[in-house]
Write a protein that binds this ligand. Structure first.
Ligand code: MRU
Length: 341
């Protein structure tokens, strides 16, 4: 089976391409309750900041369709599924407000309409930001990206990977360098899967190779997505992003962040207020096996590990923030907040 969308809603269930099985198996999960959706988000079957926001919106709608009294519990369960990407909290708050503003009897329909509106807005944002990003990076030949930021991470074509796809269509792109993105290998498993489908030339790197290749002059620009952008422009994104930003600054090449404005959090003055998700130690001690359910041990069982899923890149290291509403350059303070609707 070939699945063309990361998420689809059929009226009864939210169908999600199970990203934990990629690239070896393309299977869909049927999610029928807010708990199902929250669990899929926690396990990273659904992942990527804009996509978990959209999924959470449908999760609230599924809860309302069952029982209007379940609104608050569903919102709380979904909001707590993952803490760093603000899109999740934004989407839950939007659907909750639509429900509370609707007359009794019309609340389930209001929830679904709002979830669908968020989905449509994110799809449109992806197309627009791809255009702005490709204009900004016009002529770039060799680009490095981290984690997965394509159609598996956001509705439409994604964020940073949408810019890359647009550059490829415009003809300048020679090569994409994709990092593995340990521990869960979103680059090795998901970005490579997408680049193959997009027919874009690419090479996979271990994460630790990237700064050295940037320093050696093998990369013309770095582009990444974002999970939350603070009011001052500090960026939370997949762990490893900060090292890439430092390397890009030292090599004096552009370090570009791409994301929809739903990822900007004006209530966080700086990155210091962003909660960085810490995930289980098992993810570091082990690695997924290709195709077979299970994981390989990488170290001695019981070795203590630290597993921050994201890191913070200070705004001065960001050359530009690309959104659907235009580009903030430099991506600091008023230029970031000025992008908000
Ligand atoms: O832990 P993940 O896989 O959800 O992390 C995803 C990222 O860090 C992406 O770079 C980010 O969400 C932007 S994706 C459009």
């Amino acid at each position: 089976m070939s699945v063309e969308q990361a998420l689809r809603f059929d009226g009864d269930a939210l169908w999600a391409l199970d990203q934990t099985r990629l690239p070896w198996q393309e299977t869909e999960l049927a999610l029928r309750s807010a708990d199902d959706v929250a669990d899929a988000i926690r396990r990273l079957c659904i992942r990527g900041a804009p996509l978990i926001g959209v999924a959470a919106g449908y999760g609230v709608a599924l809860a309302l369709a069952r029982d209007p009294a379940g609104l608050e519990l569903a919102c709380e369960t979904l909001r707590r599924a993952r803490p760093t990407a603000v899109n999740l909290a934004h989407a839950v708050a939007r659907v909750r407000a639509a429900v509370l503003g609707a007359p009794p009897g019309e609340q389930a329909a209001a929830a679904l309409a709002q979830a669908q509106a968020i989905d449509a807005e994110e799809q449109a944002a992806s197309a627009e930001l791809a255009r702005h990003g490709a204009q900004l990076l016009s002529g770039t030949g060799r680009i490095l990206t981290h984690c997965n930021t394509g159609m598996l991470a956001a509705p439409g074509r994604g964020t940073a990977l949408a810019v890359i796809a647009e550059l490829a269509q415009r003809g300048s792109l020679e090569l994409v360098l994709a990092t593995e993105s340990r521990p869960l290998l979103q680059g090795a498993r998901l970005t490579v899967w997408e680049l193959v489908r997009l027919k874009i030339a690419h090479q996979l790197l271990v994460d630790s190779a990237a700064p050295g290749l940037i320093a050696a002059g093998d990369v013309d620009a770095v582009i990444v997505g974002c999970d939350r952008v603070a009011a001052n422009g500090d960026v939370a994104n997949k762990v490893g992003t900060y090292a890439l930003a430092l390397a890009a600054a030292a090599a004096e090449i552009p370090f570009v962040v791409a994301g929809p404005t739903s990822t900007i959090d004006p209530s966080c003055p700086t990155g210091a207020q962003i909660e960085i998700e810490e995930r289980g130690e098992e993810e570091v001690r082990t690695v997924v096996t290709g195709g077979e359910p299970g994981r390989w041990e990488l170290t001695l069982p019981g070795t203590r590990c630290r597993n921050p899923a994201f890191d913070l890149t200070p705004a001065p290291l960001v050359t530009a923030l690309v959104t659907e509403r235009g580009v903030a350059r430099p991506a600091q303070g008023d230029s970031v907040l000025g992008l908000l609707p």
